[in-house]
Design a protein around this ligand. Structure first.
Ligand code: FE2
Ligand code: FE2
Length: 275
């Protein structure tokens, strides 16, 4: 039954034109093949639409559809490339003898499939994502990984990264940590506006609205700097509680520095608050 308070709709459907998910594949031929398979998969797109209907229309949550997939995949790839640039080795390379290109495939597909279980239900969606991903991955990987053994290794690493994004999840690989942190970084301006616009005034919705922009840069002391601009200090909650929580235990703590600053004059987001 639809939540009677949920007014928001996703504005997306399985009809054309689709929102195209795109990542910079650079010279990674395997990632190019994987992304061509993703782009050709209309059923996968339908699942992204379905997961967003559950999130936005039925639960009044923020966007969890194709745009979230696109942003998390790009953030994850960017984080991984910054780490590799500074000499940090992906776990697929150190533990399985795979190549950096394979690690890029792992974080990208894990990002694209991490919330697909929300097409079934939000609760325990991370586990449902595994069921769907396990079914989808062989076909998505096959063009790039004709060798079944190599394909199985890559698939196992993707599934590990997917399940590790759950609350209290414990990534055992660099790639899984990257996906967990990338998921938390999809918080720039307007990305979490749906609950706020529905009138849900609480520290979550207000602090989410206070984030103006998020940029991932090369750090000074550490390979990655997460630079966050706030238009109101309420955004500190997002940074200090939510982001810190996701970073903690991700395995990426030694590599990421976070800098948050307030820009310009503070705008009041809430004039009155009663209960
Ligand atoms: Fe999720
Ligand atoms: Fe997510």
């Amino acid at each position: 039954m639809r939540n009677p308070d949920a007014q928001a709709t996703t504005g997306l459907s399985i009809a054309e034109p689709r929102f195209r998910v795109h990542v910079p594949t650079r010279r990674n031929a395997r990632l190019q093949k994987v992304m061509a398979a993703v782009d050709a998969d209309a059923a996968l797109y339908a699942l992204w639409v379905a997961q967003n209907v559950n999130a936005v229309t039925r639960l009044g949550m923020s966007d969890h559809g194709p745009v979230h997939m696109h942003l998390v995949a790009n953030l994850a790839l960017h984080l991984l490339r910054l780490l590799m640039k500074r000499g940090v080795q992906p776990s697929a390379v150190t533990d399985h003898g795979l190549e950096p290109d394979d690690a890029e495939v792992i974080v990208t597909l894990a990002a694209l499939l991490h919330d697909v279980g929300m097409s079934i239900h939000r609760s325990n969606h991370e586990e449902y994502s595994l069921i769907i991903a396990d079914r989808k991955l062989p076909a998505l990987l096959e063009p790039a990984y004709p060798d079944p053994a190599r394909r199985a290794l890559v698939q196992a690493e993707i599934l590990h990264a997917i399940i590790s994004h759950r609350k209290g999840g414990r990534p055992l690989t660099l790639e899984a940590g990257v996906v967990r942190v990338a998921d938390a970084l999809d918080m720039a301006k307007g990305r979490s506006r749906i609950p706020f616009e529905r009138g849900e005034v609480n520290i979550h919705s207000v602090s989410a609205m206070a984030i103006e922009d998020v940029q991932i840069e090369e750090g000074q002391d550490k390979p990655i700097r997460v630079h966050i601009w706030l238009r109101n200090s309420a955004g500190i909650f997002q940074v200090d509680s939510l982001l810190k929580e996701k970073l903690k235990g991700s395995g990426l703590e030694p590599y990421v520095e976070v800098l948050a600053e307030t820009v310009g004059q503070e705008e009041p987001l809430v004039r009155t608050f009663r209960f």
